[in-house]
Design a protein around this ligand. Structure first.
Ligand code: PXG
Length: 467
């Protein structure tokens, strides 16, 4: 069999990529001028590019490859499923064995009575489902005016019209007529940058109470739901103070609104338990899932819905919504196999009892680096804040992201995939990462911080600016 890795030269692929491929969230002229890095294969926690460079993948692809690369069991399941039933839909009174088995498995793993799943191909379209679903939930109870969804600035919920509207990324809102009507954003629980003189505990409460104040301001009879990530991922691994989620839960319990936990990143072990909702004691009415559901081996996501919500939906007749690939049989079979491996190999238990503690200890050492203002981590998602003045938690005077980009480039050049969100460096490695690989990750991170500091000093960028 010809190996897929027998590819054209890097230069030829880069030229073709520049000519024909529009990349997501990428400045196309910039990537075209320098040429994309072409990733050709992966094994365990490492990815390899077309030049043969090996990199420790500190991002698990894009927060998704939880069981690591190269699991042939998943490939075999996909192969068998494609031969038996490569596609059938789940519309119009039909179903098939893989989707039935996967929905049942998810109901078993989920907290509370999140027992039924509406499938999608990813997180954005699952959140679009959520918008329509919660509005339909209230409308079918005679309350169509309960349509506002409250979310947070710097939250990320995808980039479709709905997902991008729920998210609080100003760059996304600026393009294409977003946000859609009846989405209201409140401030995030980002203590490092926005907490000022408050303690993290005081700040967590203050930011949670913005939800209560906003419900009061717009009127409870107008609010359908609150949506949030247990830990913000794409926003820069914003770990809320411990006071935040209990207060949010209290407010949602006291008010007649639904709570949607967007666990596209935090589900399936990322925060040290099966779900971020377990870690923070959140009782969502709906949970968004994707990414780790199949460890990224197949595109699949979903909205997992509580019995309370399902009862109303059932009484409301047909929900006029669905995607051709809702519950795709190959994706469902692969997701099921991924969950089987995670359970049988006790991957989440190992993170909870062992790896996350080792990682936390090692990650914390980065706080001693002169360029680092804070090193924070929850389970297996972490961030370091780059700063010219740690004691003041100061940002750089240079444009946000200038220093983070320098650091990211050093990481890539030195065999470590660590992303930057402005001047925060973030990691979310495969959950199967070993102690030795964690040592390598942290050693490389330190070395790249040294290289960055040298550049930043040479370029006169070690200057504090204003928030
Ligand atoms: N919700 C959350 C919490 C996410 O992290 C989505 C929804 C959307 O999922 P899809 O499958 O439609 O992409 C996500 C996706 C980044 C980055 O820059 C993060 C995501 C996607 C792309 C880039 O960290 N998260």
């Amino acid at each position: 069999m010809t190996k897929l890795t027998n590819h054209p030269s890097t230069a030829d692929m880069q030229a073709s990529d520049a000519r024909h491929h529009l990349h997501p969230f990428t400045d196309n002229p910039v990537i075209n001028a320098r040429g994309a890095r072409v990733i050709t294969r992966a094994e365990g926690v490492y990815v390899y590019d077309s030049e043969g460079n090996r990199m420790l993948d500190g991002m698990a692809g894009l927060w998704c490859c939880n069981i690591g690369y190269g699991r042939t069991e998943l490939a075999e399941v996909a192969y068998r499923q494609m031969q038996e039933l490569p596609f059938y839909n789940t519309f119009f009174m039909t179903s098939h064995p893989p989707v039935i088995a996967l929905a049942e498995k998810l109901a078993e793993l989920m907290p509370g009575d999140l027992n039924r799943v509406f499938f999608s191909s990813g997180g954005s379209d699952a959140n679009d489902t959520n918008i329509r679903l919660v509005r339909h939930y209230w409308a079918s109870q005679g309350k169509p005016e309960k349509s506002i969804i409250i979310s947070r600035w710097n939250g990320y919920h995808g980039s479709t019209m709905g997902g991008g509207s729920l998210g609080g990324m100003k760059g996304i809102h600026a393009q294409g007529g977003l946000p859609i009507p009846d989405i209201v954003h409140i401030d995030q629980p980002y203590w490092y940058a926005e907490g000022g003189d408050m303690t993290p505990e005081e700040f967590g409460l203050a930011r949670a109470r913005l939800l209560e104040e906003t419900i009061d301001r717009v009127g409870e009879d107008r609010v359908a739901a609150f949506i949030a990530e247990p830990v913000q991922g794409a926003g820069g691994v914003i770990i809320p103070p411990d006071t935040y989620w209990p207060e949010i839960q209290r407010i949602c319990d006291e008010r007649n609104i639904l709570l949607i936990a967007d666990e596209v990143i935090t589900a399936f072990g990322r925060t040290g338990n099966w779900f971020g909702s377990d870690t923070y004691n959140i009782r969502p009415d709906i949970m968004t899932i994707a990414k780790g559901l199949s460890s990224g081996y197949q595109p699949i996501g979903g909205s997992v819905v509580s019995e309370k919500v399902c009862e109303v939906l059932d009484a409301g007749g047909e929900f006029a919504h669905g995607y051709t690939y809702s519950g795709h049989p190959v994706a469902a079979a692969v997701a099921l196999e991924n969950l089987r491996i995670m359970q049988e190999e006790k991957i989440v238990d190992t993170v909870r009892d062992d790896t996350q503690h080792y990682m936390a200890k090692k990650w914390a050492t980065l706080a001693d680096h002169p360029l680092v203002g804070e090193a924070r981590i929850k389970g297996m998602m972490g961030a370091i804040e780059l700063t010219p003045d740690a004691s003041a938690r100061a940002p750089f005077a240079a444009d946000a992201g200038t220093v983070g980009y320098i650091c990211r480039e050093h990481c890539f050049a030195n065999g470590l995939v660590m992303r930057h969100v402005y001047d925060r460096m973030i990691i979310s490695p495969p959950l199967v990462i070993s102690h030795g690989e964690i040592d390598e990750l942290v050693e490389k991170a330190w070395m790249c911080l040294d290289l960055t500091l040298k550049d930043v000093k040479a370029q006169g960028l070690m200057v504090a600016g204003q928030r």
